[in-house]
Design a protein around this ligand. Structure first.
Ligand SMILES: [Zn+2]
Length: 340
């Protein structure tokens, strides 16, 4: 499926450029209900230094490591999953939801909706909808078309066929092209043979140039896990904030008008006070391994509940870190309840 992407993206870039004004008008006026739009929706209306991360074509083995990495930094992302891949991995969908990420619809087989496939365009979306619906908090149903290809007549067709609960198609404005020294992750690995570092620097260059937007990446590539881990700390250091796709203003307005709750299920950043960190200490994320900890200067400190001591302190060498990758948020809350 991926080789088609190159010319698709090139074509889409031209099409979006031509119809861009129409898309913006659609967001500002006319029908504000929650439904499919005839043109792609981008994140150009985000506030300055605000990004919305998206990962397409999973889930794969890279999905949960990416999700956990982002969770430890208080970042909620949007995962546009393929139904036929996710069908055997509903536990992954459940975990994504529990971490505060948004599971979204990217069709069943990743067929371009402008080309004939085994399933009708409606079935491509509806079958995935039946699979992912239980894992979408607050009725925040979002759709992204494979290759960004969405014939305008499908909007009406989908809205009349019971899929009007979806807002889409959601596009991107960062990460779609290798032009101008920027990058698209799949092309970094498949077409250009770039290093993780070089690809990450190209993403950073585009973020600095646009300053806001929906970022496209693909969690069906193992390299993209490492790209994420390289890029995100740079963006945090430069003061960028992150929201889920359903929190992008134009998308959130559409969802709200349809009765959804944008941002539902997003976890607040880790709170050291709630976690039982003692007065005078600070809490945060370990630079070494990304785990939560209470610290005073360079030292991890207590006191902790008996459960916390067992789980965290006794993990060895007096290393008082609590590995939420291993113990999960629910366990952290249980410790909070023990302490208080
Ligand atoms: Zn895709």
């Amino acid at each position: 499926m991926i080789p088609k992407v190159f010319w698709r993206v090139a074509l889409t870039t031209v099409v979006v450029g031509l119809i861009g004004c129409g898309v913006e008008q659609g967001l500002r006026s006319g029908n504000d209900s929650q439904d499919f739009q005839p043109g792609n929706i981008s994140g150009a209306d985000l506030p300055d230094r605000t990004l919305s991360l998206t990962f397409d074509d999973g889930p794969t083995a890279a999905t949960l490591p990416i999700a956990r990495f982002l969770e430890t930094r208080g970042i909620a992302a949007t995962f546009y999953v393929l139904g036929n891949v996710a069908a055997s991995q509903t536990t992954t969908l459940q975990k994504l939801q529990k971490m505060g990420h948004l599971v979204a619809n990217h069709t069943w087989t990743h067929v371009g909706l402008d080309t004939p496939g085994n399933l009708s365009p409606y079935e491509e979306v509806a079958r995935s909808d039946r699979l992912i619906s239980p894992y979408v908090p607050g009725a925040n149903f979002l759709f992204r078309a494979p290759y960004g290809a969405f014939p305008a007549h499908l909007a009406d067709h989908f809205n009349r066929s019971g899929l009007s609960k979806y807002v889409g198609p959601i596009h991107w404005n960062i990460g779609g092209s290798m032009e101008n020294g920027f990058a698209a992750d799949w092309a970094c690995w498949q077409s250009y043979g770039l290093s993780i570092d070089e690809c990450a620097r190209r993403y950073l260059a585009e973020v600095r140039y646009r300053r806001r937007g929906i970022v496209l990446m693909h969690d069906n590539h193992a390299e993209t896990e490492h790209l994420t881990k390289r890029l995100i700390p740079w963006l945090i250091a430069e003061g960028y904030r992150f929201v889920r796709n359903d929190q992008v203003p134009g998308i959130a307005a559409k969802l709200r008008a349809g009765g959804a709750s944008p941002g539902a299920g997003v976890r607040p950043p880790f709170n050291p006070v709630q976690f039982g960190c003692p007065a005078g200490s600070t809490g945060g994320v370990s630079r070494a391994n990304g785990h939560y900890l209470c610290k005073s200067g360079d030292n991890a400190v207590g006191p902790f509940s008996p459960a916390m001591r067992t789980a965290c302190v006794n993990r060895g060498g007096g290393n008082v870190t609590c590995d939420t990758d291993r113990w999960g948020w629910d366990f952290a809350l249980k410790i909070f309840n023990d302490v208080h």
